[in-house]
Design a protein. Structure first.
Length: 311
């Protein structure tokens, strides 16, 4: 019988790409989701079960028979409906349930340099989960992306949205901090590759192109045919301006922790490229639609009956 993969959030972002590739490879897929009413592009090909974090027995039953658990669950920022502390507790419950259910391997999504910024809640939480997984006693791979792009992404899309809607684009500080965006499909391929291994590992997940942030903004503008003046602003001022935009889009455009992560350069890595898809090629293919619609993180968390790419 083909292996059973359990994937958190198959109707979301990374989880959707993972599910597409897992099904294409002949695996059976069960998703654990908080959004059972979100449009299901897979129909009956994917079993659906709740992310029952508050019911350890039910959570373990939903993992029964699974060869691999792929965990993409996390939150981007603290909100009245979700917090980093809650996400850490929930993920620890998921890890414990996987062990109780006899899952052979866990492939877990973390963040680049998760152990280098414990003063930031996002990184502190990711670091705590890496530490917990390493001591769980289950074979595992920790995959650390920095910036992902592709269908349904937020950062690259919303850079294009700002370029289309505002007369200038402000970068935090000098804008020279670097990042290597990875296509979400390449991220999924990497995770599936590491699922086949048996050794415990931590791997950086970065793409084939490296950009200074300022150059990334300029390049996206050139590709979508929108030229804006790019100005350097003190990080605190740029953050204050972003907060003025928040009410108009009903979202958190960027958090202070994300700004600090960017400007410290911890979204970069010297690791070999984990995939071949270039952001510039992808952006050219989608230039007509990139940034036409603002991508809202809060809407994705609240409107759980709508597809990601429509929010």
């Amino acid at each position: 019988m083909n292996p059973l993969f359990v994937i958190t959030g198959a109707f979301g972002y990374t989880g959707r790409s993972l599910t597409e590739q897992a099904l294409a490879a002949g695996a059976r897929v069960r998703t654990l989701t908080n959004s059972p009413h979100r449009p299901n592009p897979f129909g009956s090909a994917v079993e659906v079960a709740p992310l029952a974090f508050d019911d350890p027995a039910a959570l373990a039953r939903s993992l029964a028979g699974a060869e691999v658990l792929f965990n993409t669950y996390w939150v981007r920022f603290n909100h009245r409906l979700f917090t980093f502390d809650q996400a850490v507790r929930n993920t620890l419950a998921l890890f414990d349930a996987a062990k109780a259910a006899g899952v052979r391997r866990i492939v877990h999504v973390s963040i680049l340099h998760a152990d280098q910024a414990d003063d930031l809640g996002y990184y502190k939480g990711k670091h705590a989960l890496e530490t917990a997984l390493r001591s769980l006693g289950v074979s595992h791979a920790i995959v650390r992306p920095g910036v992902l792009f592709g269908r349904g992404d937020i950062l690259v899309n919303n850079i294009a949205w700002v370029l289309r809607h505002l007369p200038i684009f402000g970068v935090f500080g000098d804008g020279r901090y670097r990042l290597r965006p990875l296509h979400v499909d390449d991220m999924a391929t990497l995770m599936l590759d590491w699922a086949r291994r048996t050794d415990n590992c931590t791997v950086d997940a970065v793409g084939p192109e490296a950009f200074a942030y300022r150059d990334l903004v300029r390049t996206i503008g050139e590709i979508i045919g929108v030229r804006r003046t790019i100005v350097s602003t003190p990080s605190a001022l740029g953050y204050a301006v972003s907060k003025l935009v928040n009410p108009f889009v009903g979202d958190v455009v960027i958090t202070w922790e994300e700004i600090l992560g960017l400007t410290r350069g911890i979204l970069d890595s010297a690791a070999p490229a984990a995939g071949s898809r270039k952001l510039t090629d992808w952006a050219r293919e989608h230039a007509a639609t990139l940034g036409r619609r603002y991508a809202s993180e809060v809407a994705r968390r609240v409107r759980r009956d709508v597809a990601y790419e429509s929010l």
